[in-house]
Design a protein around this ligand. Sequence first.
Ligand code: HEC
Ligand code: HEC
Length: 477
Amino acid sequence: MRRRHKMLGFAFSLLFLASCERAQQYPAAGAKPAPVEPPKANVEELSARLSWIAPDERRDLPLHFVADTSAEWAQLPAFWTHYPPIRPYLAQGPLTDVAALVLANEHVAIKVKVPRGLPDPTPNFPPSNLPTYGKWRLGKELFHNRLLRAGGEQLSCASCHVPEAGFTNDSNRRAGGKYNTLSLVNVVYNRGQFWDGRVHTLEETLVRTLADERNLTDAESRAQALQHHVWGGFVRELVDLKDPDLNLRFDLVFGVPQPTQDTVAQALATYLRTILSGDSLYDRADQLRRDQKALTLSAEHFRDLVKDDKTAEFLLDGLKGKPTREALPALLVNGYVLFQGKARCAKCHTGPLFTDHDYYNVGYAGDEGQPTDKETGRAAQVPIGLKEARLIGAFRTPTLRNLARTAPYYHDGSQRALGNVVEFYDERVQPTRHLAKALQDGDREQRLRLSQYEKNALVVFLRALEGQALDPMVTRK
Ligand code: HEC
Ligand code: HEC
């Protein structure tokens, strides 16, 4: 009986393995990494194929994240890799096959190769929601499900967080929303969620209380959706679908007979935590610097990286005074030096994600035309008795990775280009009463008096923080 159990469990994990999209095997020691292979089996068939499995034979695969600081990182051939390798075992005789697989089964996992330059996200996973393949797959499906009500409209997460557009869109304010849509790229590293940090975990960004699930009128649901990011009735609608396939998968993954607020939030959050983009030009240059054990970045570290036409065009696009391609390595390194020093950007945009995760009033008038000295932004979300004056009109320091596709910028989406943002810091910071200390060290009017060359250098440096395209496994519907 025990043996039968083991064999069934083993068969089930094989199914999971076979059903992963574009999965890769660890290469044998010393071998070249295997080429990227097309998907072996369609995950859409998964639930149908699972239907014969007895309920107590659940077996999900944990996701392990491997950052570039780990020795294992270089061995991983792709974003998504099965561990341990099974193919070498299968080449042997049938008996040893099975023995090896049953053994390996105890340690089976999917390894996620965290893009270069990004820290290990593992400490950011709440112990109550450790990532697994089953949760991830459900989360990805829910992300594209058009069951979110905003007035008369039926939306999916992807309607606003458009995967092809950096998981954001540019129209939320025009539609009557309170804030500019945040990108979901690298959200696993957030310490608080939303522009004003009003919730703590990614699980809470979707469903927060049972009251969120009550019946709403069209006008109420639209206001809740656009003003508060509350999607009332979503979970109820999922339950009402009475979809046996979906219910079975919730059962297998979470052990609940149908979707619940908690499990839907956990699945979605698991998916969001795999939306990772790094390995930017800056990360590669910094890697070279470390390889050479140099203390500071120099133009040399960038030189070979900006040689191809596409990269050069992307970096130079639309700059005033049309700097030449030959000027790029120097522009990049000067941008970096300005960012860290004179332009004082790194006082807040610091660390590998270029944010200190804090909240500041940046003296920004925004599209309301008034500097924000009212109790808006972070201050409105802090409980009475804990409010600090510096949080009045303060918003979260956003990451500066992957800005090329996430325009417009700022909490109200009122800046359309990176050049505008740099000009804002150069000469339009308003001396509001609650202006961040870090921004008070310009001249009396907070002006930095940057030259055109310096402004270009900053823009080029910001563009060099653009990560590689996301893995299609994550972006594809
Ligand atoms: C109508 C457009 C819209 C839809 C639909 C939508 N969002 Fe959002 N999302 C936004 C906006 C706008 C923000 C910023 C809101 C804020 O800061 O208050 C945001 C913020 C977030 C954040 C916070 C990111 C951060 O860095 O703090 C997460 C996570 C998120 N959304 C996930 C989702 C998920 C999951 C779904 C689907 C269940 C979804 N969103 C559906 C517009 C939308
Ligand atoms: C006092 C801390 C602080 C300093 C210094 C600072 N920033 Fe910011 N930055 C922020 C905050 C906070 C926001 C969001 C403000 C808002 O939306 O109201 C922001 C927004 C941005 C954005 C928009 C990103 C997006 O996704 O919308 C960019 C780009 C940016 N900063 C670049 C820079 C550069 C370049 C410098 C140096 C010239 C700089 N910042 C200096 C805190 C700072």
